[in-house]
Design a protein around this ligand. Structure first.
Ligand code: ADP
Ligand code: MG
Length: 344
């Protein structure tokens, strides 16, 4: 029988957040959700030979804004790389992403836990990349259809340090990140529509031991599933180690219906993708003026708002964190107070 108290979970999250922007990262095609398939596909998004990507300045500004919202280091020079792989919904045969030189470096997010404590979770990086299209398997028993509307849409990949130690912390991290993104209006945070997608990296270890081998669980797409997937995976990995085996580093999928994870593929290494700088795109140079201007116009962040609720209105930390988790609620709360003050 396992003594689960001896074991610790180590978790790092990779979150793909779709940027709010009218057009795609490297083309002028619309990003509108729910349109007829293949109606928002420029020649660039369809990867016609000889097409040239052109960076969308608004997406760059959104990434800088998000970096600032995550207390992140904005890199004045970043580089776009090609990440090469074959997939039917990736007509280019590579994804344009950022690898060794991302637009945002180290940052952090503060999360609030049920026991009243707060904890800082490190952000490793935020990089810009394009989304792939979508394969549709359930329209016809014998055919797969491809919809390229999503192809080329701008994503921010936000990678956390392996600082998360429980399902609760992981869930609070995603909630806090989502509320920051919504406050600053850089991603709508809608997990059902896929605007926010979460990959969970998880390993287990005995307390005081070094980190163990991790598995990456792909596309865990609700806060509830994140909790379930982590708990399932924790038990699975502990069981493997306690029976004398080793955890295999692999990519797994979470089955929402069964509440289980199952293997998808063995983990690919960076060299499998043969990353190299995209020769079609010059390095991205950002001026201090632009960063300064975005900083100046940054809306009030959830943590600042929370402090205001505690100091200004005498709410408890718990009450304030509930109110700030949804910007509409806190806006309403403040509007009511202002209205009341005006009447008195
Ligand atoms: P990859 O590109 O292979 O996914 P990264 O260096 O980008 O690798 O790391 C992915 C994520 O895995 C990060 O969020 C990181 O915090 C997390 N991570 C790294 N090592 C471990 C570990 N031993 N256990 C759990 N998570 C880990
Ligand atoms: Mg990764």
């Amino acid at each position: 029988m396992q003594n689960l108290k001896d074991w610790e979970t180590v978790i790092g999250l990779e979150i793909h957040a779709q940027i709010i922007s009218k057009s795609k990262l490297f083309s002028g095609a619309s990003t509108n959700f729910g349109s007829e398939p293949n109606t928002q596909v420029s020649l660039v998004d369809a990867a016609m030979p000889g097409m040239l990507p052109v960076i969308n300045k608004d997406c760059v500004k959104q990434a800088i804004k998000t970096g600032l919202g995550l207390n992140g280091q904005i890199n004045k020079r970043s580089v776009f790389d090609r990440k090469n792989y074959f997939y039917p919904d990736l007509p280019q045969g590579y994804q344009i992403s950022q690898y060794t030189q991302p637009i945002v470096g180290k940052g952090s997010i503060e999360i609030d836990l049920k026991n009243g404590n707060s904890k800082k979770i490190g952000i490793t990086r935020l990089h810009l990349e394009q989304d792939a299209g979508k394969s549709i398997h359930d329209l016809d028993p014998n055919k797969t259809y491809i919809d390229l509307n999503r192809s080329g849409v701008a994503l921010m990949e936000i990678v956390s340090e392996p600082d998360i130690r429980s399902a609760e912390e992981a869930q609070e991290y995603v909630k806090k990140l989502r509320s920051i993104l919504r406050y600053i209006q850089t991603c709508d945070g809608n997990m059902e529509e896929g605007s926010l997608r979460c990959d969970v990296n998880i390993s287990v270890k005995k307390k005081n031991e070094d980190f163990g081998t991790r598995c990456e669980i792909k596309n865990v797409n609700s806060i509830k599933s994140i909790g379930q997937a982590i708990k399932y995976e924790f038990h699975r990995q502990v069981e493997i180690i306690e029976s004398g085996d080793k955890v295999q580093q692999e990519t797994r999928l979470f089955d929402e219906k069964k509440g289980e994870t199952r293997p998808m593929r063995t983990k690919e290494e960076a060299h499998d993708y043969r990353y190299f700088p995209d020769p079609d795109l010059p390095p991205l140079e950002i001026s201090s003026d632009l960063i300064g201007e975005i900083k100046k116009n940054l809306p009030e962040l959830p943590d600042v708002k929370k402090k205001k609720l505690i100091d200004g209105y005498g709410l408890s930390s718990y009450e304030s964190s509930i109110l700030i988790s949804d910007k509409n609620n806190v806006d309403f709360f403040e509007a009511v107070i202002n209205e009341n003050n005006q009447r008195n």
